[in-house]
Design a binder for this molecule. Sequence first.
Ligand SMILES: C[S@@+](CC[C@H](N)C(=O)[O-])C[C@H]1O[C@@H](n2cnc3c(N)ncnc32)[C@H](O)[C@@H]1O
Length: 284
Amino acid sequence: MFGAENVYSLLKRAGMFLKSKGLSEPESDAEVLLSFVLQTKRSKLPLMRSQKLTDIQVSQYEKYILRRSKREPVAYITELAGFMDFEFKANKNVLIPRPETEILVETALKLAKKENKNSVLDLCTGSGCIAVSLAKLGKFKDITASDVSGSALEIAKENARINNVLDISFVKSDVFDGISGKIFDIIVSNPPYVSHEEYNALESELKYEPEIALMAAECGLFFYKKIAGKAGKYLKDNGFILIELNAYKAGEIKQIFSTGGYKNIEIIKDYAGLPRILKAENRC
Ligand SMILES: C[S@@+](CC[C@H](N)C(=O)[O-])C[C@H]1O[C@@H](n2cnc3c(N)ncnc32)[C@H](O)[C@@H]1O
């Protein structure tokens, strides 16, 4: 499609092609994918404008651009995602870590420091981005990460290895069912929270992500209800729960935790001013 070209002309053509397919950030996508093919930093591309690519590199790039033109997320093409300044492996078995979820990690780190908390459970860990970031940045003595998906747990374990974190306990568990005999200072979770209705209206990029990571029954509230109902048993007396919110259902979710008897419920907003994290203290 692009022929043997230099970095500059290739980027220009790829950007125009992606733009013609209606992508919202064609130049940025073209640059990220080319820097991946060339195994270089994106910031170095302007210095490489006249560099010629081999036929193999051009054909690899062409395949990636075609995949992107069909709305496959860049992170699944490169199998890499950035989160909290760390690099994570991502594939179709895990949700791509989102910037909003960094607020959950930052809140947990602040809370653990202030309240001297040192054990944490990351429920619905997916890629392991939350648990691994907490292990890298916090001083936790005990980190457990669980997910119902065995293939997600494999990626989470790989992400722990890639980031040199060797002390997370990974558990296959349907919500709390496999977490036995342990109680924690903090439970963090970014559970599936998209309703069936919302799922059908999602943009096509999101349809590449695992349905199990996104969709939740009971109008998207299933996991909030389940977690509010059971978390108390897995938390120490003055333990905390931090859970990412479906921003459009924050009021209902707050009500679920309040009815469940949790104390000092706070809602923390994200950078767009949307309610993003619920923080609550155990009911004891
Ligand atoms: C929204 S993703 C969050 C992934 C990761 N923690 C993050 O923030 O990027 C939700 C995760 O919940 C997991 N999950 C879905 N149903 C579950 C269940 N019944 N019990 C435990 N985990 C579940 C999915 O496999 C998925 O990894």
